[in-house]
Design a protein around this ligand. Structure first.
Ligand code: PBG
Length: 339
């Protein structure tokens, strides 16, 4: 390296001298338009039930959604993603393809109140099944039983049919985007075919393409009342140790017809996010999951971290790594904090 390329000629601090110089040289920015806000919907009336492991987040009844959607829209946030907690659960998760189910009702309420709001439906069966897994389970004497597979195994292709059916129901209710989150092989293709057959060619698919079997979903399972009753999700979600495999997963979903590619969780997987950004041209979303939110909240509640600064830093790091959009429980707070 030549002398002129190092100290004393080169002094990076020159560009940090004052606020406006720092603004001019800033490489990444955050805006409320980057955010997607998750909403949990449960049956009942006048319900706004706090989620204890996620301070500031609630389960809502449908009648409260119009006002909440207006608040979200008023903050400049363009999209919400919906999770339903049905009144009753069964082996097939039939509440997910009920035209009058909790999410279709919620979609209609939000679209009535805020027609411009982009409504994304998280498409998975774990909230709807009595066993808490993301699809149909292999059980002797039940439909689709396959003796060649272990008992308790999540049956892939029968689950695709149900995903397609539920997606068409949510699209019919007015969803703009279907977001399959179950890591079922072929889910994007299955949903695309079902949507097209039902006349919803215009409805987009945001695939949870690289979704890891993560401990950071802990608080969500309280929020969505969806913990698996046996085993875990590592037969379908990815091993946290794998980076190259994420590229394979994303590539498959792209070719199956995904419109937006997601990496989840976000902050512990910034390397994966960065790889996906570099290797693919589609819009990329990142999901800052419940545990990422909860740990910042918990540290802040103890006085160990500054809530606003650490939340905004976590979000800018996700943006910097390559996300075009971020699903985050901080969306409303961050939108109100941003200049
Ligand atoms: C449903 C789903 C989960 C999350 C989003 N969709 C839970 C899971 O896969 O176990 C987690 C979101 C969060 O932790 O904030 N499959």
């Amino acid at each position: 390296m030549r002398d002129t390329q190092v100290y004393p000629t080169r002094r990076p601090r020159r560009l940090r001298l004052n606020k406006n110089l720092r603004l001019l040289t800033r490489e990444t920015s955050l805006s409320p338009a980057d955010f997607i806000y998750p909403l949990f919907i449960r049956p009942g009336k006048e319900v706004k039930r706090p989620i204890s492991s996620m301070p500031g987040q609630y389960q809502w009844s449908v009648d409260k959604l119009a006002a909440e959607a207006e608040t979200i829209a008023g903050l400049g946030i363009p999209a919400v993603i919906l999770f339903g907690i049905p009144g009753s659960k069964d082996a097939l998760g039939s509440g997910n393809y009920d035209a009058n189910g909790i999410v279709p009702q919620a979609i209609r309420a939000i679209k009535d109140a805020t027609p411009e709001m982009v409504v994304i439906s998280d498409m998975c069966f774990c909230e709807y099944t009595d066993h808490g897994h993301c699809g149909i389970i292999n059980i002797p004497d039940q439909d689709h039983y396959n003796p060649n597979l272990p008992e308790g195994y999540l049956l892939n292709d029968p689950t695709l049919d149900l995903l397609g059916r539920a997606s068409a129901v949510h699209a019919e209710a007015g969803a703009d985007i279907i977001a399959p989150s179950g890591m079922i092989d072929g889910m994007v293709y299955g949903i695309r075919v079902a949507l097209d057959a039902a006349g919803f060619q215009h409805v987009a698919i945001m695939s949870y393409a690289a979704k890891y079997a993560s401990a950071f979903y802990g608080p969500f399972r309280e929020a969505a009342e969806s913990p698996p009753s046996f085993g875990d999700r590592s037969q379908y979600q990815m091993d946290p140790a794998n980076r190259r495999e994420a590229i394979k997963e994303v590539d498959i979903d792209l070719h199956e017809g995904a419109d937006i590619l997601m990496v989840k969780p976000a902050m512990p997987y910034l390397d994966v996010l960065s790889d996906v950004r570099r290797m693919f041209d589609l819009p990329v979303s990142a999901y800052q999951v419940s545990g990422e939110y909860a740990m910042i909240q918990a540290a802040a509640a103890n006085g160990w971290l500054d809530l606003q600064r650490s939340a905004l830093e976590s979000l800018i790091s996700i943006k910097r790594a390559g996300a075009d959009m971020i699903i985050t429980y901080f969306a409303k707070d961050a939108a109100s904090w941003l200049p």
